[in-house]
Each structure stands twice: as structure tokens, then as C-alpha cells.
Design a protein around this ligand. Structure first.
Ligand SMILES: [Cu+2]
Length: 301
């Protein structure tokens, strides 16, 4: 008995240590996947925290309880009502109270989920006035970025080859990352130059399709300086796995310096404040890129 107790204690300690190790590693690997870890990447934007709350605190317990309840019902039927345990089966086929319960309870569960789900959906939709606007265009097979308000012309962001990529970051690292200031609302406009791609950065809780002839928009506010990685998340062809997304979150001073180094105009951020729809930003884009002009032509394809 004592030995069993000790063994159990050791197992619990090992599991706790493993969990602690994973948590420690997860903190270390902000903005990128962690080898051997369970759970999602640590979040680095306010809406990402809300998403994780929705998943971990609302959805996961509901899913677990329902799965266990259904398992219990199955086992109960198997053992209590098999031929040996219950040789004389009952003949009734309806039970009004229970039919009302199994209709009403799922409706209530779904309504409860909807409260949190819709709140999150609207939070993503109601973007605060953006400080920086970046247009991300998906190409076969790389991303290109443009800062229309800051007069930074479109530049391409290619994958860093395997022999040059930092350890564990092949297919995540990109040569010319998107650069954004910390704690500022960043509006991302996405479009596709050829086929549908999807601009995704897990740590910001952002995943939005980049569709040819259409301009989508989303936003995030990065809370911490660092490097964040994502990947195209729409099957877009043979090199789908080789068009990584790298976002460099820097201080405002570093961002201004980067804008200057790109030949961009400073302090244009305020001018974009009232804009809520994607169209005007697209029409003011200086570079002659292929996609935005088509955005108003619904019958292009
Ligand atoms: Cu793609």
C-alpha cells in the first residue's frame, strides 16, 4: 500500500513537473510553436485572451460534461438493458416530459454559448480606430506587405531557406517581416493576388482569408515586443507550406526608424482614424498592385 502511494505520488509529481516544464517553455516560445507542448500558444493580444477564455473556460467544460454524460447513458443502456439484465423489455415508445427536456436543454446550452461567441464575434468586427494599416497580399507563394497610409510601397516577404533559418523556425521565418508598433491598433487588410490564401498569426488570434478581387480586414493589438509567427492557412497550391508569416512587434521609436528606413512618410497614422471600411484605404494605395483595383468588380471571375 505504501509503495503504491509512493508510486502515485511520484507519478503526480512527474505530471506536474511536465506541465510546469511545458508552461515554462510556452512562455519562452511566445509567438511560435513549442516542441512537445500541449495547449495553445500563449496569447499576445486582448482578443486572443478572450478567445482562450471562451475555449478553455466556456467550451471545454461543456464539451467534457456532454461527452461524459453521453458515455454514461451508453454504458447504462449496455449494462442495465441488455437481454440478460432486462429479459422483459418495456413496450412504451413515448415520454413527453423527457422529450421536452432533451429539446429545451440543448437550446439553453447553445444560447449560453452564443452569448460569449457573439460577444467575441462583435469584438473582432468593431475595430477601434486603427493606428497603423497594413495591406497583406497573398501570392503564390509568398506574402507581400504595403503600408498605404505611411507611403511604404509593397515589399515581398519570402521564406528563409532551411539552412539559413533559426533552429526550429524553418517554414515560420520570413526574410522581410511585417513590422508593427507595440500596443497600437493594427488594421490588416488582406487580399489575394492569384488564389485564396489566409493570413494567420495564432498569438494574435487572427485568421482571415486573402481573397482575389476582395478586401478583407481584421485587427490586432500586440501587447508585447517580440517576433510572432504564422503560416498561410488556406490550401493554395504546391508551395502552400512555404509562405510563412513573420510579424516583428517593436517599440514606437523603432517603428518610426523602420518606416524612415523604408522611405515612408511619418505620422500619417492619425489620418486613418475615422476609416472603418476597407475600401477607401484600398483606393488610396499608391502602388500599382493587381488586386485592389478589382475589389469593386464583383463579376471579375
Ligand atoms: Cu497561401
Amino acid at each position: 500500500m505504501g509503495m503504491l502511494k509512493r508510486a502515485t505520488g511520484a507519478a503526480v509529481a512527474a505530471i506536474a513537473a511536465a506541465g510546469y516544464g511545458a508552461a515554462a517553455r510556452a512562455a519562452e516560445y511566445l509567438g511560435q510553436p513549442t516542441p512537445g507542448a500541449i495547449d495553445m500558444q500563449p496569447g499576445a493580444s486582448p482578443l486572443r485572451h478572450q478567445q482562450m477564455f471562451f475555449h478553455n473556460v466556456i467550451l471545454l467544460p461543456i464539451i467534457t460534461i456532454i461527452a461524459l454524460f453521453v458515455l454514461f447513458l451508453l454504458l447504462w443502456c449496455v449494462f442495465r438493458f441488455n437481454k440478460r439484465a432486462n429479459p422483459e423489455p418495456a413496450r412504451f415508445s413515448h415520454n413527453t416530459p423527457i422529450e421536452i427536456v432533451w429539446t429545451v436543454v440543448p437550446v439553453l446550452i447553445l444560447m449560453f454559448i452564443a452569448i460569449f461567441s457573439f460577444k467575441l464575434l462583435y469584438a473582432f468586427h468593431d475595430m477601434p480606430p486603427p493606428d497603423v494599416t497594413v495591406k497583406a497580399t497573398g501570392n503564390q507563394w509568398y506574402w507581400s506587405y504595403e503600408y498605404p497610409d505611411l507611403k511604404i510601397a509593397e515589399y515581398t516577404s519570402n521564406i528563409v531557406p532551411e539552412d539559413k533559418a533559426p533552429k526550429g523556425l524553418f517554414r515560420l521565418a520570413a526574410d522581410n517581416p511585417m513590422v508593427v508598433p507595440v500596443n497600437k491598433v493594427v488594421r490588416v487588410l488582406t487580399t489575394g493576388a492569384d488564389v485564396i490564401h489566409s493570413w494567420t498569426v495564432p498569438a494574435f488570434g487572427v485568421k482571415i482569408d486573402a481573397i482575389p478581387g476582395k478586401m478583407n480586414q481584421t485587427w490586432f493589438k500586440a501587447e508585447r515586443i517580440g517576433t510572432y509567427y504564422g503560416q498561410c492557412s488556406e490550401l493554395c497550391g504546391i508551395d502552400h507550406a512555404f509562405m510563412p508569416i513573420q510579424v516583428q512587434v517593436v517599440s514606437q521609436a523603432d517603428f518610426d526608424a523602420w518606416v524612415a528606413s523604408k522611405g515612408g512618410g511619418a505620422a500619417a497614422a492619425a489620418s486613418s482614424a475615422p476609416a472603418a471600411s476597407a475600401a477607401p484605404a484600398a483606393s488610396s494605395a499608391p502602388a500599382a498592385s493587381s488586386a485592389p483595383a478589382a475589389s469593386s468588380a464583383p463579376a471579375a471571375h
